[in-house]
Design a protein around this ligand. Structure first.
Ligand code: PGA
Length: 254
């Protein structure tokens, strides 16, 4: 079963408001008329509002890179899903490996963030992936299973209709080392099988599983040819509009 591809750009801690607006200005015409796949940009929080206005009426959706698990309260420095929904954000990346490893996010925090995002009708993009040490110790599937089971515990299939999963092997993020399409497909197929066991076949067949980790215009076609890879979460290569547009437009001839 073919799912609608999603190509998502995660800018991480890059770009001011003027840089964001200049990017969008250049990017929009490069992807205009691309209607057979979903496109998302996730600028930093400070540029979300300006980006939302600049993206209005285009085929490009807006995403945030993180959110808190409460709607409001005494959480200095945090941003809630309610605030993101308020300014027109539609996707939110949750549990990115940089959040897990640099900021100590646990599967339980991630589960709560997903719950909070869903409450405000945001589509969570749940990131999972093993470190190099875990892969070398033969623990890849065990790690993925724990991240999915603990991150998605207690939800129903109806709750998770808009969920997206991103498999991002930590050793491939920002390193230039991409998983081969075979390695990525093996992990994606494992996740889909697990989701089938957890939520049933219909759900598992519908859910999109993106690959992330050094995706470039040169490797997107090989990755997207695999049956269980439904799109990409792109970091470094999403920072230049022309490079990201080439990834978004993979497989199109015009
Ligand atoms: P990268 O980052 O494309 O720079 O490897 C991917 C990500 O962190 O989502």
């Amino acid at each position: 079963m073919k799912r609608r591809p999603l190509i998502a750009g995660n800018w991480k801690m890059h770009k001011t408001v003027p840089e964001t607006l200049a990017y969008i200005e250049a990017f929009k015409p490069l992807v205009a008329g691309v209607e057979d796949r979903d496109i998302m940009l996730a600028p930093p929080f400070t540029a979300l509002d300006a980006a939302q206005r600049a993206l209005e009426g285009t085929n490009i959706s807006l995403g945030a890179q993180n959110c808190h698990w409460e709607s409001e309260g005494a959480f200095t420095g945090e941003i809630s899903p309610k605030m993101l929904a308020d300014i027109g954000v539609t996707y939110v990346i949750i549990g990115h490996s940089e959040r897990r490893h640099i900021f100590g996010e646990t599967n339980e925090m991630i589960r709560r963030k997903i719950e909070a995002a869903l409450k405000f009708s945001l589509s969570p993009i749940l990131c999972i992936g093993e470190t190099l040490a875990e892969r070398e110790a033969g623990r890849t599937f065990e790690v993925l299973e724990q991240q999915l089971k603990e991150g998605l515990e207690g939800f129903s299939t109806a709750d998770l209709k808009e969920l997206v999963i991103a498999y991002e092997p930590v050793w491939a993020i920002g390193t230039g080392k991409t998983a081969t399409p075979e390695q990525a497909e093996e992990a994606h197929a494992f996740c889909r099988k697990l989701l089938k066991d957890m939520f049933g076949e219909e759900f598992a067949n519908k859910i999109r599983i993106l690959y992330g980790g050094s995706v470039k215009p040169e490797n997107i076609v090989g990755l997207m040819a695999r049956p269980d890879i439904d799109g990409a979460l792109v970091g470094g290569a999403s920072l230049k509009p022309d490079v990201f547009a080439r990834i978004v437009c993979f497989g199109r001839t015009e």
